[in-house]
Structures are given as structure tokens and as C-alpha cells.
Design a protein around this ligand. Structure first.
Ligand SMILES: Cc1ncc(COP(=O)(O)O)c(C=O)c1O
Length: 433
């Protein structure tokens, strides 16, 4: 059992053993991990200069937002705000999101897939996947660069056994061979859940066309060998593709490729439309048989009804309004360009070679983040040092990796941010610049 969970249990037991006895097995296992949120909370206190920890985007010292959403908040009809929304979400929103999915993923035109069902954003969509498809000890296969919350969603809540494989090959491409090997290591189990997240948190990497085709071929081959696969694409940062990567979701490429493969797309407005607190996401299934899609939809509704009952109505209304606005695309494109410029500027700064003795960086081409790979200094030590001495917040991941959210730092400030990180590195390694 996790140490933090043990400590929480000890405290409850000490104060009132009866309450401890009342806890379910899951209740005993649960804890709030010291992860990105804890590091972000510290940064909120101390990172008075740059806070590059958080998974949102900012601009002019406030959250980035689309005027089509912000400017209309006083204009809504009460009937579109106050009543319950249906458990599956507002039909109009589901329809609009489906249309958007097809427009942005042209391969989906020929595929059979469900209507998106509204979730309380992506975390909830992923937890529905866990509830529907993961039994205790079922393998969850995922690359070793990952969003830490998967552990709570799949591991702690449902008892999935995580099997990770190295994200990159030596050449800095996506490691499809490692993925295939990891899945096939569980062949005797008969089934596995594969979880892929592109643009990736934390690396900011999305595969190119060739890598994507290799992933699809590998999955098809595994299915042909008789293994059943749930392939979940976590498309939280969908659309933020800046360079030579695929521009469609892998969901579109994996949908309907083999009867033993169930492709599931978890996506939402959270990151793509800069509405993190609205909590609107979607879960979508791909299968050639409409009856299966209907049954899965009904099972999903069962979970929604039994947990949150229905998602927020106002948030769905705001999103409908935005999706229908003629200015929506242009405003999104504007924010896209802004984030793309930041990503390119980061690469330019790092490629100047000023910091080569301190770190390398993992290939990135998309999303909100990029990751440094430190040489000779521990990531957590550098994070704390930067907070204490320079008012700079970054996220430490494992021993050597530092995640920098360029989504939260203005383009013209990026050079100084990396200079300060370098300064902090040099302090720790005991040299002066
Ligand atoms: C990869 C990834 N998936 C899912 C989420 C959760 O998204 P939401 O806020 O929509 O639940 C995040 C949030 O940071 C994320 O980085």
C-alpha cells in the first residue's frame, strides 16, 4: 500500500479505529498523491517570477481564454443553465462535437463510432474506461513518460497493473517495438488496456505519420495473434500539433482495424478550448457493430448515473455557444499560433547550445509542455532550489526530468526562464557561469 495512504490510515486508526474499520478496501487504498498538484501549489506560493508548472495556458498574467466564451456569460437564457442536463450530455453538444471530430479527423468519415458522451472532463472519461474495462491485475500498458494521475484512475481505483515501456527509441522517435513487446509480455493474460496520450504530457511529443502507421500495424498484429486490446487515446491536448507530427487522433487510425481491438477516445474542451475549470469532456467508442456501440453507451450512462448523475449544464451551454460561433475557429487559431511560437522559441533557445553541459531535451513538437533531461543534478533538488532562490516553478519528474509548461510563459520571457533554470543548475553543481 502507498506510504501516504498508510499514514492517513494510521491517523484515522489512532483517532477513531471504528471509522478505519468502516472504510472499504478502496477507501483504505486511497490517498492524495504528492505529484504535480503539490508541486504546483508550492509554486503558487513561491514562484513569483515564472510559474511554469501548471497545466493551463496563460497570457498577460491571467488564464488564456476565447472572447467568444468570456464575452457572452451574461447573455444566457436560464433554461440553458439551470435544469439538469441529460446524463449523456446535451444532444446538440454531442452532435457538434461529433461533427468537429470528423472535420478534424478526416479518417473517421469511413469509420463506425459512437456519438461522443459528455463526461465531467477527461479525468472522468478515463475513470469510466477504468470502471468498464479494468479488473484487478489487468495489465495497463503505457509509455514511461506519462500523466501521473493514471495511477489513481486505473491503479488505485481499479487495481490495474501498470507495465511501462521506454517512450522514445535511441533515435528520439516513438518506441513502437517497446510498446509491442510490453503488450505481448501479457499475451497469456488474454487482454490488455493500452493507454496512449499525444500530444504527450509531459514530453510534448506526437508521432509522425510513419510512426503512427507503425503503431497501427503493431496493434493489428497483436490482435491477429489472439490478444484482446482496449486502446485508449487520451487526446487532452488534441489539435496543438506544431511541427511534423500527425494532425489526426490515433483513435481515427485505430478505429475498426480489428474485431479484437476496441478503440476509445477520451477528449474534451479542457485544454483545446482553454476552459480548464468548465469540466466538459467526452468519451467515444469505435466498433463496427452499432448494437455494441449502443450497449457500451448504455453502460457508460449507467456509470454516469451512478456517480455524477449528469455533467454541468452551464458548461455544456457555453461550449455549444462557442462551437457555433463564427469566430470560434479564428480565435482558436490565434491561440494555437501563440502557443506554437512559444514552442518554436523554446527549441530555438535550447538549440543555441548555451546549456549543453546541463541538460538535453526530449524531442517535442506539440501540446503545452517540454521536458529537460538533466545531467548531474537531481530534478527535485533543482526544482526546490529554483523556487527558493529564483521564484521559478517547474515540475520535477523522477530523478532527471524537469517539465516546463511553455503554455504558461510569454514568448519574450522564455529566454530568461531557461537562463534562470541554468543558473540554478550551475549553483547546484557548484560552479559559477
Ligand atoms: C494527459 C492528460 N490527460 C488528462 C488530463 C485531465 O484533463 P481534465 O482536466 O479534462 O480532466 C490532463 C490534465 O492535466 C492531462 O495532462
Amino acid at each position: 500500500m502507498n506510504e501516504i495512504a498508510q499514514e492517513l490510515n494510521r491517523q484515522i486508526q489512532q483517532e477513531n479505529p471504528h471509522i478505519y474499520e468502516l472504510l472499504s478496501d478502496l477507501g483504505k487504498d486511497l490517498y492524495f498523491p504528492k505529484g504535480i498538484l503539490t508541486q504546483s501549489a508550492e509554486a503558487k506560493q513561491k514562484a513569483h517570477r515564472y510559474n511554469a508548472t501548471i497545466g493551463i495556458a496563460t497570457e498577460h498574467d491571467q488564464p488564456m481564454f476565447l472572447p467568444v466564451i468570456q464575452e457572452t456569460l451574461i447573455n444566457y437564457d436560464p433554461k440553458n443553465l439551470y435544469p439538469y442536463a441529460p446524463p449523456a450530455g446535451k444532444p446538440e453538444l454531442r452532435h457538434l462535437w461529433r461533427e468537429k471530430m470528423i472535420k478534424e479527423n478526416p479518417s473517421l468519415k469511413e469509420k463506425s463510432f459512437s456519438n461522443p458522451i459528455v463526461t465531467n472532463a477527461l479525468t472522468h472519461g478515463l475513470s469510466i474506461v477504468a470502471d468498464l474495462f479494468v479488473n484487478e491485475n489487468d495489465p495497463l500498458i503505457l509509455p514511461d513518460k506519462l500523466w501521473g494521475n493514471y495511477n489513481l484512475i486505473f491503479g488505485i481505483r481499479r487495481g490495474a497493473k501498470s507495465i511501462t515501456f521506454p517512450f522514445y527509441t535511441k533515435d528520439g522517435t516513438f518506441n513502437t517495438a517497446g510498446m509491442k513487446e510490453a503488450i505481448l509480455s501479457k499475451k497469456d493474460h488474454g487482454k490488455a488496456v493500452l493507454l496512449l496520450n499525444f500530444p504527450n504530457n509531459p514530453t510534448g511529443y506526437t508521432p509522425n505519420e510513419q510512426e503512427a502507421s507503425e503503431i497501427v500495424d503493431a496493434l493489428r498484429e497483436i490482435a491477429q495473434q489472439g490478444m484482446n486490446l482496449v486502446v485508449v487515446t487520451d487526446d487532452a491536448y488534441f489539435g496543438l500539433f506544431y511541427e511534423d507530427s500527425i494532425k489526426e487522433s490515433l483513435f481515427a487510425k485505430i478505429a475498426n482495424i480489428h474485431p479484437r481491438i476496441l478503440a476509445i477516445k477520451a477528449d474534451g474542451a479542457t485544454k483545446e478550448d482553454f476552459v480548464w475549470g468548465f469540466r466538459v469532456g467526452f468519451i467515444t467508442y469505435a466498433c463496427e457493430h452499432p448494437a455494441v456501440l449502443t450497449a457500451l453507451e448504455n453502460k457508460t450512462l449507467g456509470i454516469i448515473r451512478g456517480t455524477i448523475s449528469s455533467a454541468s449544464h452551464p458548461s455544456q451551454t457555453f461550449l455549444i455557444n462557442a462551437l457555433q460561433s463564427t469566430e470560434f475557429e479564428a480565435q482558436r487559431a490565434e491561440k494555437f499560433e501563440l502557443l506554437k511560437k512559444r514552442a518554436c522559441r523554446v527549441k530555438q533557445i535550447l538549440d543555441q547550445g548555451d546549456y549543453n553541459d546541463a541538460w538535453g531535451y526530449y524531442p517535442f513538437n506539440s501540446g503545452y509542455f517540454m521536458c529537460l533531461k538533466l545531467q548531474g543534478v537531481k530534478a527535485e533538488a533543482l526544482r526546490l532550489h529554483l523556487l527558493e532562490h529564483y521564484g521559478v516553478g517547474v515540475i520535477s519528474l523522477g530523478d532527471n526530468d524537469v517539465r516546463v509548461a511553455f503554455s504558461c510563459v510569454e514568448e519574450q520571457e522564455l529566454k530568461q526562464l531557461f537562463d534562470l533554470i541554468y543558473q540554478g543548475f550551475k549553483d547546484l553543481i557548484g560552479q559559477k557561469i
